[in-house]
Design a protein. Structure first.
Length: 188
C-alpha cells in the first residue's frame, strides 16, 4: 500500500497465475485503486474493475488473498457467491491468510522422513560452500562448466522460507555433475 499526496491509500492489485511457458507461477500487476477506508464492497468493485481492464476471466479465479482478515472474509464471500452463481464453482478456501497456511503445510511435508534427507542435504551443501568462500572458488576452478553466477548465489536453502527448497533443488540438479566431480576429486 502506498500513500497519495492527500493521504489516500493506493493499493496495487496483482494476480498470480500458472505460466505454461515458464512452467511456474508468475505474478503480474493489473492495476491500482484508491482505497482509503474502503468497504468490502469498494474493494470488490475495485478488483472487478482491474480484472475487466486486464481481460482476466472470472471463471479462472481459484483463490483470493490479501491483507486484513476482516475485509478478506467479506470480499472472499462476495467473490465466492459471484463465482458460484456465474460459474457453478466457488473459490478454494484455505482461510484468511492463505500464504501462511500453504507455506506451513509445505513445511510439514518437508518434515516427513521421505523429505528430511533432502532438506538436510540442502543445508549441508549450503553450509559447506557458504562458510568458506575458497570452497566456492575451488568448485568454479575444478569444474569449468559451472556458471560462476550460479555458484555465487549457490544453493541457499533457508529453512524458514520453505519454498526456497524448490529453487535450491533446481540449482543442485543443474550443478550436480560439477558437485560430484568436486567432491570426488577433492582431498579434504
Amino acid at each position: 500500500m502506498c500513500r497519495s499526496l492527500r493521504n489516500e491509500s493506493v493499493d496495487p492489485i496483482h494476480v498470480r497465475f500458472w505460466n505454461c511457458e515458464l512452467n511456474g507461477i508468475q505474478q503480474s500487476y493489473v492495476g491500482s485503486e484508491m482505497l482509503f477506508h474502503a468497504t468490502a464492497s469498494d474493494i470488490d468493485s475495485a478488483i472487478m474493475t482491474c480484472m475487466k481492464k486486464a481481460n482476466l476471466p472470472l471463471r479462472k479465479l481459484l483463490i483470493f488473498g490479501s491483507d486484513g482478515p476482516n475485509v478478506n472474509n467479506a470480499v472472499f464471500k462476495m467473490f465466492d457467491r459471484r463465482l458460484k452463481s456465474e460459474v457453478g464453482d466457488g473459490l478454494v478456501n484455505v482461510g484468511t491468510c492463505n500464504l501462511h497456511i500453504v507455506h506451513n503445510a509445505f513445511g510439514e511435508v518437508l518434515q516427513l522422513d521421505a523429505f528430511a534427507s533432502i532438506t538436510d542435504f540442502l543445508k549441508y551443501i549450503d553450509i559447506w560452500f557458504r562458510k568458506y568462500s575458497s570452497r566456492k572458488d575451488d568448485l568454479i576452478i575444478s569444474s569449468q562448466c559451472v556458471d560462476e553466477e550460479v555458484v555465487c548465489k549457490t544453493l541457499r536453502y533457508v529453512s524458514s522460507r520453505l519454498l526456497s527448497v524448490v529453487t535450491s533443488c533446481q540449482i543442485i540438479l543443474k550443478m550436480y555433475p560439477a558437485l560430484k566431480q568436486h567432491f570426488l576429486k577433492a582431498h579434504f
